[in-house]
Design a protein around this ligand. Sequence first.
Ligand SMILES: [Zn+2]
Length: 283
Amino acid sequence: MAKMADVCFGPAGIPIQCDGNSTLDGVKCCAELGLRAMEMEFVQGVRLKEKDAKEVGVAASELGISLSSHAPYFINFCSKEKTKVDNSIRNLFQSAAITAAAGGRITVFHPGFYQKQPPEEAYAAAKKNLLETYEKIKAAKADKVILGAETVGKKSAFGGFYEVVKLASELDFVQPVLDFAHMHARRDFLIKNEEDYRKIFGVLEKELGDYVNHFHSHFSEIKYSEKGELSHLPLGTNKEPPIEPLIRVIVENGYGGTIICETPKLDIDAQKMQRLYEKMLKA
Ligand SMILES: [Zn+2]
């Protein structure tokens, strides 16, 4: 029997079609919009309280919304400055702990910056500091949550596709978060068609096996320069990268996972992606 694909779609943050502005409102609104995922944005700091996170978790589980979170932007596990590293560890730990309280599956983070270090040095620092973060997460019994190393969009940032895949293959509590727009803007992969997506998933199947059945990803179209990403664009603006071939490759292989929409139109574009997926599933 062919594998049945199951992909959840949802916005990066509270839907723009939502009247309320709390995380709980966001979860309820996603359900009303027919979406099945939401990423809680802790990008400026972890402000959700544990008590509220638990309430969010109850609602999400009742409404069938799969929760993830995005840790603060200022995390840098490759820094040479101890205070910055300590701060990064604390912030990723807090993000994971609150995500665990909400019953979420994964906390996404941007690994760091090279800052003149050779890539191997940046890699070693990131690995060491992630191990330290995980010790704290385990001690707090929040280790149901996976740490999601996102593929970054700037050439100056540590977290190219292969770096992230390597981290995930060496640390079982880390998974890649495929940000296709970033991969395209950073030139890790020029993404134009189905063949390009097949190459990406081919590497993932080879290196990480089962990951393709529960991948976590971000999608947006993107404006970029020589140095990488500039800004996220709504679906249908420049089709870089294109969404249709991605969905087709996912459906044809029966891959499963989550696609979080990071365009400026968040939930509106997430609904578009979901409709496309449902249409291709039926075709
Ligand atoms: Zn991100």
